[in-house]
Design a protein around this ligand. Structure first.
Ligand code: CFM
Ligand code: HCA
Length: 534
């Protein structure tokens, strides 16, 4: 497979080739290689990455239904991030607010760029209050806001005063260019959630037993609904999800949970750490993508709470759910076994979905993240050796202290380690994507368009998983593409019922030969003839 690296970089100018070579590695699970990640994309190379604003407004705050999210900027930024991510939500009663279907923007014009947009922003806040009277308003900065120097934080404070502090209004310095990818936007969003919402309300809602937070689950295609169903069936009390199907008050009460589960490590691991430092809530890594992985996660939760009743309930639920899962898997295995896949998604999904493919007997021969960091590839053990560069320094790091009044030790470190010996909780740990991938598989960070073309040409996978920018190009090359961002129109894929959906969708995709039949008109006959005219 090192032939691949030589073949792709051959086309690049020397400087580019040197840089890209460090982001393309052959995996060895026994001896994890170092990969270059979280650095600037080379201009012109055609990346699949998005911007910091997308990570902040679209990804982290997008799925919360009762906050009015105002995009301060030109209309395109607000419009593009308007429901395109398929984050779903459902209210529990008619009295509850749901603003997700709206797109709020200040619709900046040339005159605002020249004379400043703060007045227009204030006016937008007033309009939002008049029409919707929301509990909270978020203000999101786009590129021009940083360039002209509008102060969204000052405006937020002034507007809070105007409404006698009855509405929680806060801003985000998430200008698109602020970081090298969406990842910076996650960090900016989460810091503000920490400062402005988490810990605001000590009310303990629901059961006092088995109280958990779910960190890094965004309810794409209804995944959170399936996860909520499973937890409810097991009697596990979900206090807050960051941020699939979430509400402002759930964030405010998150500190009343007794365990945090980290699903998407990339977008939120630091919040899990902050919750542990401030309030004493331990965190463990889980993956609810894949039926076996879901069962494993439930067993981890039960082991943590050390409660015979919960342990028995969890086993009962797993046994019951697995009947349908196994039947669905058996039915498709003859069609899927032995096929190959490639996964290139933003962060966690390029790892998490390998579990589902394994359940189908499909090998993942190449994978990578658009914007994962080295710890997402190599595991958290490399964290101390990651060098902080100027781009990372540009993003605010907040340090939190123990909340003396509300800190409560849920479990001693010794006890956690004792449980860890029996059940691999992945307490305070994430081992990354590389230990799971086979020896010799390709791991590529921030895949470029040229590299994607070559991957398909050279290895012809049976299925390629990526996003909308790749979809049609790959299909025209004769390979089916499954979008693992928005699931095309499918899903949910999480949990037990989600696994069944995935098995069926993927078995259909790898069984059809329709994409191989597709020939572009110019491949069949010469379409344009050029003649030199002197
Ligand atoms: Fe986490 Fe996500 Fe992902 Fe992500 Fe995203 Fe997404 Fe994604 Mo698209 S938070 S890193 S910034 S799992 S929007 S729900 S699908 S790139 S792999
Ligand atoms: C984003 C959102 C995105 C884009 C997906 C895609 C998503 O990064 O702004 O490129 O197809 O999941 O909707 O990641």
């Amino acid at each position: 497979l090192s032939k691949f690296r030589e073949t792709v970089i051959e086309k690049y100018p020397n400087k580019v080739a040197k840089k890209r070579a460090k982001g393309i590695v052959n995996n060895d699970p026994e001896n994890i290689p170092e990969i270059q990640a979280n650095i600037r994309t080379i201009p012109g190379i055609i990346t699949q990455r998005g911007c910091t604003y997308a990570g902040c407004k679209g990804v982290v705050l997008g799925p919360t239904r009762d906050i009015v999210n105002i995009t301060h900027g030109p209309i395109g930024c607000g419009f593009y991030s308007w429901l395109t991510r398929r984050n779903q939500t459902t209210t529990t009663s008619d009295a509850e607010e749901n603003f997700i279907t709206y797109c709020f923007s200040t619709d900046m014009q040339d005159s605002n760029i020249v004379f400043g947009g703060e007045e227009k922003l204030k006016q937008a806040v007033r309009e939002a209050v008049e029409l919707f009277n929301p509990k909270a308003i978020g203000i999101f900065s786009t590129c021009p806001v940083g360039l002209i120097g509008d102060d969204v934080h000052k405006v937020a404070e002034q507007m809070m005063e105007e409404y006698d502090n009855k509405i929680n209004i806060f801003g985000f310095s998430c200008e698109g260019y602020k970081g090298v990818s969406q990842s910076a936007g996650h960090h900016i969003a989460n810091n503000q959630l920490y400062k402005h919402l988490i810990g605001n309300d000590d009310t303990v809602k629901g059961s006092t037993k088995y109280r958990i937070n779910m960190l890094g689950e965004y309810n794409i295609g209804g995944d959170a609904f399936e996860i909520e169903r499973i937890f409810e069936k097991c009697g596990i009390e979900l206090v807050a999800t960051f941020s699939g199907n979430s509400t402002i008050s759930s964030f405010e009460q998150a500190h009343t949970a007794d365990l945090s589960l980290v699903m998407c490590h990339r977008s939120i691991n630091y919040v899990a750490e902050m919750l542990e430092t401030s309030f004493g809530i331990p965190w463990i890594k889980v993956n609810l993508i894949g039926a076996d992985s879901t069962a494993k996660a439930l067993r981890k939760i039960a082991a943590y709470f050390e409660d015979e009743e919960l342990i028995a309930k969890v086993e009962e639920v797993i046994a019951e759910e697995m009947k349908d899962v196994e039947a669905a898997r058996e039915a498709v295995l003859p069609k899927t076994t032995g096929k190959t896949s490639m996964l290139f998604v933003g962060g966690s999904r390029a790892h998490h979905y390998q579990d589902l493919f394994e359940e189908l007997g499909i090998r993942t021969v190449a994978a990578g993240y658009e914007f994962g960091h080295r710890d997402d590839y190599e595991g958290r053990r490399v964290l101390p050796s990651i060098k902080i560069d100027a781009d990372s320094r540009n993003i605010e790091e907040i340090t939190v202290k123990r909340d003396e009044k509300r800190y409560k030790e849920r479990m001693t470190k010794e006890k956690l380690e004792e449980i860890q010996k029996q059940v691999d909780l992945e307490y305070n740990d994430y081992k990354g994507l590389m230990p799971q991938m086979e020896k010799g598989a390709l791991v590529i960070d921030d895949l470029s368009h040229h590299e994607m073309d070559k991957l398909i040409e050279m290895y012809k996978p049976d299925i390629f998983c990526a996003g909308i920018k790749e979809k049609y190009v790959v299909q025209k090359m004769g390979v089916p593409l499954k979008q693992l961002h928005n699931y095309d129109s499918g899903g949910p894929y999480a949990g037990f019922k989600g696994a069944i959906n995935f098995y069926n969708d993927i078995s259909m995709m790898v069984s059809t030969s329709i994409w191989k039949e597709v020939k572009a008109p110019w491949e069949k006959e010469e379409m344009v003839q050029a003649v030199y005219a002197y």
